[in-house]
Write a protein that binds this ligand. Structure first.
Ligand code: 5GP
Ligand code: ZN
Length: 151
């Protein structure tokens, strides 16, 4: 039998495929706005992703109320990780928005990563040492953008 041709267009979003039940996952939570399932390449055991049901590639496209739900569910799951029978002495919440920030899957997702001392997971960065004038100028630029957003 000849091989089936792939449908034209970009590959489907893997997280939408999981939500639709067309791609397997190991789920831990779902409600009407948000689902959570284990990351397929966990950096530690229990590493999972909290994902809005409605596709939004970037934070700029995410409904703010859904964003709040995303954090609320991640908060709840973090507490469950401490209580679960898994190694968990600490938790990282991590969200990469945009390619420059390391986003690989273009469907907003919040990583919840259980941590233990010496687990080897590191984010490499060296802190800069700007003076107070630069800190104040930067804060001013962000305040202007926030004020414009609030109106
Ligand atoms: P990002 O770099 O975009 O913040 O992280 C994307 C995450 O999605 C990675 O940790 C990767 O392992 C995970 N991932 C990519 N494809 C799949 C998939 O099909 N299923 C699951 N469960 N996780 C995936
Ligand atoms: Zn999607």
């Amino acid at each position: 039998m000849p091989a089936m041709a792939s449908p034209p267009g970009p590959p489907p979003c893997p997280f939408c495929e999981i939500i639709a039940g067309r791609l397997e996952s190991s789920p831990v939570y779902e409600d009407d706005q948000v689902v959570a399932f284990l990351d397929i390449n966990p950096v530690t055991r229990g590493h999972l992703l909290v994902v809005p049901r409605a596709h939004a590639a970037r934070l700029s496209a995410l409904d703010p109320g859904t964003g709040a739900s995303l954090f609320a569910v991640a908060h709840r799951i973090a507490l469950a990780l401490y209580a679960a029978d898994l190694p968990c002495e600490g938790v990282n919440l991590f969200l990469a928005d945009g390619e420059a920030a390391g986003q690989e899957v273009d469907h907003v997702h919040l990583h919840v990563i259980p941590r233990v001392t010496g687990d080897g997971f590191r984010i490499e960065a060296s802190g800069q040492q700007p003076g107070r004038p630069e800190l104040d100028a930067t804060a001013g630029q962000i305040r202007i953008a926030l004020a414009a957003d609030i109106g």
